[in-house]
Write a protein that binds this ligand. Structure first.
Ligand SMILES: C[S@@+](CC[C@H](N)C(=O)[O-])C[C@H]1O[C@@H](n2cnc3c(N)ncnc32)[C@H](O)[C@@H]1O
Length: 496
């Protein structure tokens, strides 16, 4: 059956693609090294379109910093609520309660922005830091403001002295030891004693969450790219000359955060943020195959990038706070989408999982598409050869890249299946480069999506800043590490 609301959207969106400028790719010397990637560029180059409406701050956490609720936790890997609004304005028909999915939900930006705008939203997220942020927004919906205020007033009068008997000790992991000064450790212990006096469940959760959000600020560490950087005041012997600047004292920092949360909650005025949010705590690699066909109208997501970024290292303080042990942190790292050099292949486990839930046919179809992706295997060949010649700075880079695409390919195939006809997938991701070899993540994943039944509408490319014309893009063309938003659409039944 033809869905007229969605047809209207298709037309609107087509007009949109035409309005933006396509990128003119510069001619490239074709060599046996890049022949397959060149074919891919020729095949899909015209889908790369600069979208001047998308800025880097919109696609990063930056734009969330001043937005109520989203500003509670600095989740640097998030995109902004404004970005989700932009996507909804393009792909959600007015007065249509779209079913939205984010399989890499992070701190839940997609979910609560979508539900606030009349959608139902489902998110899958494995990192408990993200799910805690989502849950905090759920508690903020129901918390009794006067109780929150009362406990906050009590905390303002509180001594922050830990009890003599069984005081709380921050459960450090090896890599978080010495993260806090002795006075902060003590104040943390006192704060936990205070948490135990809070009877109201919503208030207790929000006060606990507030503590999680300030750990970085009150510590000698800073989250920085792939690393947790350490200030010399921690007493660690360090090679780098990094100094953090002010390390904030615990008491005023927690009080400031709780007041900020109260300000946001007080603006609620009977509105609920999260009534239609459904959150699945687990790996989307395991959870997506269990979801029925055609369950969603719109996917808005951003997977981890293939760039060695290790969430378990960056969020080590928060994981320790969440009582993660060395062992469970390791397990978590292995379950996340492979994007670090420590990740081992999940092929056997995934094959077994698909067998157990009787989905071998979908698995086999996805594997076929993976095998046929020539440009990917061209790059992998070069990387494995460089590894064997001892030329890589880390020998696990080729397997990391291979595992990343193997897993993303399964996810793309699942998204194609769980999307309803006429639905759209919008995915934010960065291209990467290793050993001087460009990996066109955007084109490879889009080609895999097409093979899975999701033709490419367009690949929006972010311009690098003011004055970056399409000509400049053309000059830097394919060598530039593109930051993109892919738009794939599932044909409506009449298009099939
Ligand atoms: C780029 S972030 C997404 C951020 C999100 N868009 C937001 O606004 O908060 C990618 C997320 O994928 C999560 N992730 C990684 N592997 C996963 C897996 N196998 N299943 C579910 N989530 C996963 C990470 O924990 C991280 O939160």
């Amino acid at each position: 059956m033809i869905d007229k609301r969605k047809m209207k959207l298709d037309e609107r969106q087509l007009a949109l693609s035409i309005a933006f400028q396509p990128i003119v790719l510069s001619p490239v010397l074709v060599t046996p090294r890049n022949a397959k990637r060149t074919v891919l560029h020729e095949q899909y180059g015209q889908k790369l379109i600069i979208n001047p409406e998308l800025s880097r701050s919109l696609i990063s956490f930056q734009a969330n910093k001043s937005i109520p609720y989203y500003r509670w936790l600095k989740y640097k890997e998030a995109f902004s609520s404004e970005f989700v609004l932009y996507i909804l304005s393009k792909f959600k028909a007015p007065n249509f309660a779209a079913r939205v999915l984010d399989p890499f939900a992070g701190a839940g930006t997609t979910l609560t922005t979508a539900t606030r705008n009349g959608c139902q939203a489902t998110g899958i997220e494995l990192l408990p830091v993200g799910t805690a942020a989502i849950r905090a927004r759920l508690y903020a919906d129901t918390v009794d403001i006067s109780k929150f205020q009362r406990y906050l007033r009590r905390l303002e009068e509180y001594s922050f002295e830990p009890p003599r008997k069984n005081p709380y000790k921050f459960p450090h992991l090896r890599i978080t030891r010495n993260a806090f000064s002795a006075s902060t450790e003590k104040a943390l212990s006192g704060y936990f004693a205070f948490l135990n006096t809070i009877e109201n469940q919503d208030v207790r959760f929000l006060f606990w969450f507030a503590c999680l959000t300030i750990l970085e600020e009150v510590s000698y560490t800073r989250k920085d790219g792939q690393y947790l950087r350490w200030d010399p005041r921690s007493g660690k012997s360090l090679n780098s000359h990094f100094t953090k600047g002010p390390v904030l004292p615990f008491r005023p920092t927690i009080l400031r955060k709780l007041h900020l949360m109260l300000d946001d909650i007080a603006r609620r005025k009977g509105e609920t943020l999260s009534r239609n949010v459904h959150i699945i705590e687990g790996s989307c690699l395991r959870e997506l195959p269990r979801i029925s066909d055609g369950s969603f109208d719109l996917v808005i997501t951003s997977p981890p990038y293939c760039n060695r970024y290790d969430y378990t290292r960056t969020y080590a303080l928060e994981l320790a706070f969440l009582d993660y042990s060395e062992e469970s942190t390791k397990e978590l790292r292995q379950s996340l989408l492979s994007a670090t050099v420590e990740n081992k292949t999940k092929r056997e486990l995934l094959a077994e999982h698909y067998r157990t839930i009787d989905k071998q046919t979908s698995y086999a179809a996805a594997i076929d598409a993976f095998r046929m992706q020539g440009a990917l295997h061209e790059v992998l060949g070069i990387l494995y050869e460089a590894r064997d010649a001892g030329k890589l700075n880390n020998n696990n880079i080729p397997s990391m890249v291979e595992n990343y695409f193997f897993e993303m390919n399964l996810i793309v195939h699942e998204l194609a299946r769980v999307l309803s006809p006429g639905g759209h997938v919008v995915m934010v991701n960065d291209n990467v480069q290793f050993y001087g070899e460009e990996i066109p993540v955007d084109l490879i994943l889009s080609d895999l999506a097409r093979r899975a039944g999701l033709p490419i509408d367009c690949i929006w490319v972010l311009s690098r800043g003011k004055g970056n014309s399409s000509q400049q893009m053309g000059i830097h063309g394919r060598n530039e590490i593109r930051k993109c938003v892919y738009v794939w659409s599932k044909p409506t039944t009449h298009q099939n």
